[in-house]
Design a protein around this ligand. Structure first.
Ligand SMILES: [Zn+2]
Length: 102
């Protein structure tokens, strides 16, 4: 068991309070009515499935009930940083600094 930092509660809580909510920063299609079935299916179902640092959406389901974003390493399962929904994706430099505790 591990802990996840909720940026809204501003504290680390047990992983059992959280639920994974998919890849982060997926922009909704603005021209959905003009897409082919294949393009629409790719938007709905195809994700990066990255190896290494990955931006994800998480839900503090049994806490403050807020959604937030996180950068989690899919190999080590360690969270580098979590951030509120209205904040931009952290740069690689910021992620590396967070990993080193800076
Ligand atoms: Zn929270």
């Amino acid at each position: 068991m591990f802990e996840i930092h909720c940026p809204y509660c501003d504290e680390k809580r047990s992983e059992i309070e959280f639920a994974y909510a998919g890849e982060a920063h997926i922009a909704r299609e603005t021209n959905a009515d003009q897409l082919s079935d294949v393009e629409w299916a790719q938007f709905l179902f195809y994700r990066d499935n990255a190896r290494g640092d990955h931006c994800e959406r998480w839900w503090h389901q049994h806490g403050c009930n807020m959604f937030f974003n996180a950068v989690r390493n899919t190999v080590s399962d360690k969270f580098a940083v979590t951030y509120k929904m209205d904040q931009k994706r952290p740069s690689v430099k910021m992620i590396e600094a967070a990993k080193n505790g800076k």
